[in-house]
Design a protein around this ligand. Structure first.
Ligand SMILES: [Zn+2]
Length: 411
């Protein structure tokens, strides 16, 4: 393990205790009570590709296939995956890549991206001596027709987002502004992964600190779309902001560019149908794939609310989003390195709430060794959190009157 990775794991060890009041509360069970999976192996023998993991006890396993992109989805009860990303072979034969993680509070998932059509010939956890188990998944290359038949056989299964968590509505008489912090990715969807550091962990650590900082002022009611390592669908993130009656929605990410290690710095994005530039469009496309990465059927889109009043509300919301975004560029730019074009927009699904001013902060590029180091350093994080909090304060002071008006339009 690299020094950087070690720092991150140590930093993360402290996260659950810092999380405070949870919005996305689980069923109360700690991850430490889950069966543990270790020792992932992917190997090809003949026409079979086999994925195995050692389990602390056998679990129930079910497999299904899904097209667009072609995937195999393995569902199990909650598992504590003690498999380091980056240490295991990720592709062999029909398997292009695979990932794993918590899907809901009581469900874990392995997603296998297929390089070619394949069918599942075996998916089980068999008991081994000593009460342990072994997870065995075997895939065989198939024709497109066989693959389609397998999809038909597993249709009717639930690929939609997990049940939404009840969101506390704004209490009557609440005078504080409500801010929803949205750490990107989570659970089965790690986001960018560079040298065994996952974006989902970097942005969660940042979000937790930002929540603490904003709450310390006593002026804000702060909720998080997730405060642990779990998957939250994009539409649900937007839904949480709207249900909470949020005055501001802040999504946090840390991208990676495989080709350009020298590209560095933070960028602030707002939502718009038309992207300001090709890089913004590319990033939005990538972030919008989060649901598909978790094995959701992303074909069903968020329903678009129509109507002239909604258009007006949307336009006003965009204006406030832009005001906050400019505030962020100014305040963040005063304390951390910014990208050379720090303010952009593109069609991010997570920024689609028509009535909640929303921005997405790309903290930096995990693909840049310098950025990656900063993203995991506590002093850098404290400085950046401080700058974002100052931008939030400035926004509510300068835009108080129009925000009140936007809030009225919502009612
Ligand atoms: Zn991201």
């Amino acid at each position: 393990m690299t020094h950087l990775a070690l720092c991150l794991w140590l930093a993360l060890a402290g996260v659950p205790s810092l999380a405070g009041v949870a919005l996305a509360q689980g069923n109360g069970r700690a991850q430490s009570e889950f069966p543990v999976a270790t020792d992932a192996k992917l190997e090809q023998s003949g026409e079979i590709v086999r994925l195995t993991m050692a389990l602390s006890r056998p679990v129930e396993v079910s497999a299904s296939v899904l097209a667009g992109p072609d995937r195999v989805i393995i569902d199990m009860p909650s598992i504590n995956f003690q498999v380091q990303p980056g240490t295991v072979r990720k592709s062999a034969g029909v398997v292009g890549a695979y990932r794993f993680g918590l899907f809901t509070a009581d469900k874990a998932r392995i997603i296998i991206d297929l390089a070619q059509p394949a069918v599942v010939v075996r998916a089980e956890s068999r008991p081994v001596r000593g009460g342990f188990g072994e997870l065995v998944i075997e895939l065989r290359r198939a024709t497109r027709a066989e693959f389609q038949a397998a999809i038909a056989a597993s249709s009717g299964r639930d690929f939609q987002a997990p049940a939404t968590v009840p969101v506390p509505a704004k209490p009557a008489g609440e005078t504080r502004q409500t801010i929803v912090i949205d750490p990107g990715h989570g659970g089965i969807d790690p986001g960018a992964v560079v040298a065994s550091i996952a974006e989902k962990a970097v942005v969660l650590a940042f979000g937790v600190k930002l929540k603490e900082r904003l709450e310390a002022s006593g002026r804000y009611r702060v909720l998080m779309t997730r405060d642990d390592d779990r998957f939250v669908a994009l539409a649900e993130r937007v839904g949480i902001a709207r249900a909470a009656g949020a005055d501001l929605f802040i999504s946090i990410h840390a991208d990676s560019l495989t080709q350009a290690q020298e590209v560095r710095g933070a960028t602030i994005y707002t939502g718009s149908e038309r992207a300001t530039d090709a890089e913004a469009a590319r990033l939005a496309t990538k972030e919008n794939q989060a649901d598909a990465a978790a094995g959701l059927d992303a074909s069903e889109d968020t329903q678009d609310v129509a109507g002239i009043l909604m258009d007006l509300a949307k336009r006003e919301t965009r204006t406030f989003s832009a005001i906050f975004a400019r505030n962020l560029v100014e305040k963040l730019g005063g304390s951390v390195k910014m990208h050379k074009v720090p303010l952009r927009s593109a069609g991010f699904r997570v920024l689609s709430a028509p009535d909640v001013p929303s921005v997405l902060i790309e903290l930096g590029y995990m693909s840049s060794p310098k950025d990656a180091e900063l993203l995991n350093s506590a002093p850098w994080r404290a400085q950046a959190v401080d700058a974002v909090a100052t931008a939030v304060e400035g926004y509510f002071v300068s835009a108080r009157a129009p925000v009140g008006k936007a809030a009225e339009n919502r009612r």
